[in-house]
Write a protein that binds this ligand. Structure first.
Ligand SMILES: Cc1cc2nc3c(=O)[nH]c(=O)nc-3n(C[C@H](O)[C@H](O)[C@H](O)COP(=O)(O)OP(=O)(O)OC[C@H]3O[C@@H](n4cnc5c(N)ncnc54)[C@H](O)[C@@H]3O)c2cc1C
Length: 416
């Protein structure tokens, strides 16, 4: 990086004002927006891309991992979007594969119905702060820089972008060396019903065995019944929130996509064409905020319960090897709570962080990062923001009893 700095002074027009602003429209951000709007708060969602759903659509991560807890807004989404997968009780696991294109459409319509104002192609640039309180954000829009003001901002960027800009300390990856889980470019293949011509573009790799594959294993799903094969088999080391790492990953992962598809065509899937490649690399892990509580491996393995619980999961510890080598650390869990304090940044007010970048260690985030849990965290953050606005108090001072009441009113059922 060049060492020169440039000071930027610019007058930015205020484009919109709301009670609650959500930055990032992935699982956490969409649920946060729905729940805040349902509490009667004017809610704005700013999304960098042209679609909602985050990694679940943009990254083509089109399967929901089982969390032993199909409840709240996540349950509602399953009921409306994938009714055949809805379990009869709140505390069962489901692992449904879905169409990312249909989820994209569903979420657009859902947020519109809920009265959320979504701004697409609007990227967070910086927070607006009064002393230690966040009062809005500046974003890059199709019309240039614009300001958006609010009482509470919820950072659902997955990278803690708004939080780190506000001065909240963030950490990345393993305690010993800071390495994060590797990135994966997800893709789909389609059964054509007849043999296809295997295709290996120049510069790609000819894998001869499963051991030579980037993950050293086969990892794909075809449970939709329509010949779709969802493939999670590429892997590149790096931190997706770093400029050089993501630059390298986008090119190398695409080579791996064509190479893995060619391997599958020559071995197990001779009738499948490469039918869809996600528009961007899938990023598992980048930054975790330092919050009022940090979720740890011990909390997961001991099945810890918290008075300020906002989400529950029994999804396993699932660490794709941060060195990029072919190994995945998978360890079953019985179930644990995630407390509200993991979403509360230290010292800064007017700000919550929901989704995969909450305050958690590398091992703990490997379990809480899956989509259903991010929807649950987002739902709780949206309600907490609304309660803070209603009571005129800091997000750190809301009533946990009221938060639990509202979660229950919005269909969340916890295991006790
Ligand atoms: C390769 C891969 C495979 C996975 N497999 C599964 C799986 O099988 N099942 C499962 O349930 N989970 C899986 N996960 C995990 C899961 O998809 C993510 O952890 C989850 O989507 C995180 O949700 P989130 O809302 O925190 O963030 P994200 O899904 O990352 O969404 C963040 C959103 O914020 C937006 N954003 C980012 N920066 C800005 C900005 N500056 N301004 C405005 N908007 C911004 C992004 O465009 C995006 O829409 C996988 C993840 C990856 C990467």
């Amino acid at each position: 990086m060049n060492s020169k700095n440039i000071m930027m002074h610019q007058t930015v027009p205020v484009y919109d004002v709301a009670d609650v602003i959500i930055v990032g429209g992935g699982p956490a951000g969409t649920a946060a927006a729905i729940s805040a709007a349902r509490c009667g708060r004017k809610t704005i969602l700013l999304e960098h891309s042209g679609q909602l759903g985050g990694m679940g659509t943009l990254g083509n991560v089109s399967i929901f991992m089982g969390v032993g807890n199909v409840t709240g807004i996540y349950r509602e989404i399953i009921a409306e979007f994938l009714p055949a997968a809805l379990p009869s009780t709140h505390h069962e696991s489901i692992w449904p594969q879905y169409s990312p294109f249909e989820l994209r459409l569903y979420l657009n319509e859902k947020l519109e119905k809920e009265g959320v104002k979504v701004y697409y192609h609007t990227s967070f640039v910086s927070v607006i702060k009064e002393s230690k309180r966040v009062t809005g954000v500046i974003a890059n829009t199709r019309e240039g820089l614009r300001a958006f003001e609010s009482d509470v901002v919820i950072d659902c960027t997955g990278d803690a972008r708004a939080a780190s800009d506000a001065g909240v300390p963030v950490r990345s990856g393993r305690e010993e060396d800071g390495l994060t889980q590797p990135m994966t470019l997800m893709f789909m293949m389609q059964d054509t019903g007849k043999p296809v011509r295997p295709y290996l573009p120049e510069g790609c790799y000819r894998y001869e065995s499963i051991e030579q594959l980037p993950q050293g294993r086969l990892l794909h799903w075809s449970t939709m019944g329509d010949g779709t094969l969802l493939v999670n088999m590429t892997r590149v080391k790096g931190n997706g929130a770093k400029i050089e790492d993501i630059n390298y990953a986008e090119k190398e992962l695409l080579r791996q996509v064509f190479s893995v598809a060619y391997f599958l065509q020559r071995t197990s899937h001779p009738n499948h064409i490469l039918s869809h490649i996600a528009g961007q690399a899938g990023v598992r892990e980048t930054n975790q905020i330092e919050g009022r509580y940090t979720l740890t491996e011990d909390d997961l393995t001991s099945g810890r319960r918290f008075d300020d619980v906002v989400a529950q999961t029994n999804y396993e510890i699932d660490i794709h090897n941060p060195t990029g080598d072919a190994h995945t650390d998978e360890r079953k869990l019985d179930g644990y709570d995630i407390p509200y304090r993991c979403m509360l940044p230290k010292e800064i007010d007017g700000l919550l962080v929901a989704g995969r970048s909450i305050s958690a260690t590398h091992v703990a985030m490997s379990s809480m990062r899956v989509q259903a849990t991010c929807y649950a965290l987002g739902q709780a953050a949206g309600i907490a923001a609304a309660l803070a606005v209603e009571a005129g108090v800091s997000v750190a001072d809301i009533s946990i009893a009221r938060l639990h009441e509202r979660l229950a009113e919005q269909g969340v059922v916890f295991v006790t």
